[in-house]
Design a protein around this ligand. Sequence first.
Ligand code: HEM
Length: 400
Amino acid sequence: MGWQRSFLGFFDARFDTDTGRKLVEKQVFKRLPPHTGWLHVFASLSLFLFISQTVTGILLLMYYRPTPEAAHKSIQYLTGEVQFGWLYRQVHAWGATLMIMALLLHMCRTYFMGAYKKPRELTWVTGVLLFIVTITFGFTGYLLPWNQIAFWATTVGTESAAKVPFIGHWLQYFLRGGDVVAGETLSRFFVVHVIILPWVLTGLVGLHLFLMRLNNLSSSKRVDESEEFPPETGIPFFPVHAAKEVSVLILLVAVLVTLSVLLPWEIGEPADPLSTPSHIKPEWYFLPSYQLLKYFEGPYGAFIGIIACTVPFVLLIVWPFVDRGKERHPRKRPLAVSIGLVGLVGALFLGWLGHVSETDINVFGQRYHIDLLGWPHKLADGEEGGGHDGAGGESAPGEH
Ligand code: HEM
């Protein structure tokens, strides 16, 4: 096309475009290791969701006001009056949940396929940091609508910080910007959420992708074997792998919009520091830590509880340096795979306990009250379960 030739000609006449073109072509037409498939799409889904969060976040910022008096009203205005405001608020809220899910799946994929092994230890370490930054995004963003649940969940969440040994009270004060959750906390969380974390995440994603490019994608061969593969056995990035990524991406957008329309996040009642709602629970990705902390009471117990919640993250960071085995294929790493599965099932179970604790559930027609610690208590017909929440755990399973 004439206009295209003259458009590109403009740049050709001024820059060394050949080098750039070759670089782009090298990336687009590169061959990926033969085992690259559908399980490799979660990384680009995470990247897409990060971009979507940035775009919808900027749109939200045009109307959001970070003060206790105006925050809740500004979200109400955005949802009720601004064109498509409800949609990008929902896409942002659901996008956060889906991004954490995509990250967990990407993490599982790289863990079980042994992709964290030499020479990709630092790719993994930057990945774990990315995960921690992403859940911190969730924690700080949750408070911004300044509704009852957000206010009280943040009060409870920052109370846990006080349990950190030696520096606990200082840490809690630092997080809240005072003794209680108030306007200062909102300002702090706002700044961290919209300025500090986006830059940290952008830098870390850049480093992560740079490291990934430097070492290319891992193969399923042993660490001490060459990762070279005959080019004809490799999967072409374009169009084969790119087509897989685009099709899953279309599905993701459909899921995101469907969830936004059918299961919208409520704005809730404005925060009221004088009235505590019952049963405040954090977001699903904090439920395992929330439940674990409940089993540790008293000054020493709380200390052990905080350590118990921190150890899994420290273990994740150092894992590539702990697991020095040479094999990558999951079938040849029974111990690492078992440890991963136990960790995964344990976290899911604790999360589920956190979710059902202090509620009544129905199992095959029999109603049970699940207490604070997750013990079930049989309920008689018409009985309400509220009275069984013994935090001391003195009642055995199946009692009552
Ligand atoms: C915003 C967050 C993240 C983004 C955008 C991202 C993006 C990517 C991309 C595009 C790749 C190459 C494709 C692939 O291997 O599937 C990759 C590779 C990798 N990522 Fe991530 N990632 C993120 C978080 C994480 C996390 C949380 C971990 C683990 C803790 C992780 C560990 C790895 C590893 C070990 C590789 C190398 C895989 C291989 O060579 O086969 N990443 N990442």
